[in-house]
Structures are given as structure tokens and as C-alpha cells.
Design a protein around this ligand. Sequence first.
Ligand code: PMT
Length: 223
Amino acid sequence: EQGQSLKGKKVVVTAGGTVERLDPVRYLTNDSSGKMGYAIAEAAASRGANVTLIAARTTAEAIGGVKLVKVESAEQMLQAVLEHYDDADLVVKAAAVADYRPVAAADKKIKKSDERLVLELVRTTDILQTIGQRKRGQFLVGFAAETDQVEHYAMDKLHRKHCDLIIANNVAEAGAGFNFDTNIVSVYGVEGLVESLPLMQKRQVADRLLEIIIQRMQAREAG
Ligand code: PMT
């Protein structure tokens, strides 16, 4: 219905797990399947949004009506997000971005020896924090994958990364978080806990999240 439309809005969604190369055939990654981000992209498109989906490694099914930008590393995801950021109305960061990457990717396959192999890792740029610092009217939604003290860490991320909402999933719960078709999330805003959702299909989670997001975007537009 009209009240829940995203017509004319540009929505950027990130999904999947970034891939940080050690050499041409080996990499560090995580368990993100991309399903949560894809579900949000699909739900936004069905509400008439112009959706750009920036996806790292994923097993999620391709969706129609969405502009797909494939990336590999955290650095590539950062560049792609920045390219689509300025005129975005809503950005949802469901991707699991590596916090560390190898200092350098070897351009040839690393050969084994009898010695121990020590990998040196450096921090990646925090994409959400970077775009949070340059916010100019975009509605910014981050995710938080936590196993304990969910509210504490969610609120810390909300403030530190200048988000309008943080969607926390307790990845220690069965059926929540990485790779499942379902999720259990709690939504946090500047005022604290907004809503806790029960176990639901990720597509249903996406629909409820968009209802909350659209309501807040409209309230802001109305001043
Ligand atoms: O992909 P699925 O299998 O469907 O699983 C969904 C999910 C569990 C991956 C998803 O719901 C989720 O929680 N995504 C965020 C996971 C995560 O990386 O959380 P975090 O607490 O490490 O990061 C917090 C936020 O900062 C996230 O929005 C993340 O995208 C962002 N971030 C983190 C690091 C970094 N270098 N740049 C970032 O932008």
C-alpha cells in the first residue's frame, strides 16, 4: 500500500561474506551466505525501490529487478559502497565484512615447507563507520552479529558507526544468523530496543524491518 512504498527511493544493500586473498587459490572468509541481505534487497524491490545489491561471496539465489554489483574483498566492497552512497536514501549493511586481511596477497601460490607459517593480518577499513561519518540524509542500518551482551554491543555499534538502526542477531541461538533460512533479530534505535522479532524466515524478517525503516524515514521527512 501507498504508506509502505519505496517508489523513487534509492536503496543500497550489502550481503555475503568478504573474501580476503592469501594467494591466487587461498583466502580467508566467513559463514555468511548472503541470504539476509538478498531478502532485504528483494523486499525493497517489491516495494518499488531502485535497489543496488553489493554482494561478496554468497550462495543466495539471484533476484530479478535488482542491480547486482559483485565484489570480493572488504576493500572492494568499500569502494562499491562509496560509489553508490551519495544519492542513496537508505543503506542496509547485512554483509559480514572481514575485520582483518592478510598484509599482502601473494601473486603466486604459497609453497609449503617444514617451517611454521605465520600469517600477518592487518585491520580492514570499517565500511559502516566510514559512511556513517559522511552521512548526509541517508538512513543507515547496520547489523550486529553477537553471541553475548547483545544489547550492549548493538548500542555501542549504533553510536560508534552513526547508524539510525542496528539489527542485532544473536548468532548463538539455533536458527539465527549465518547461513540459516531463518533469523531471530532485535531492532535497536537511538532510544534503545525498538522491537524483538521471533524466529522467522529471513524474507519475513526483511519485510518487518522495512516496515520499521519506512515508518522512520517518513517520520523524518515529515520533520
Ligand atoms: O548472510 P547470511 O548467511 O544470511 O547471515 C546473515 C548475517 C548473520 C551475516 C547478517 O544478519 C549479519 O549480522 N551481518 C553483519 C555481520 C557482521 O559482520 O557483524 P559485525 O558485528 O562484525 O559488524 C557490524 C556492522 O558493521 C555490520 O553491519 C557490518 O556490515 C559492518 N562492518 C563490519 C566490519 C567492517 N570492516 N565494515 C563494516 O561495514
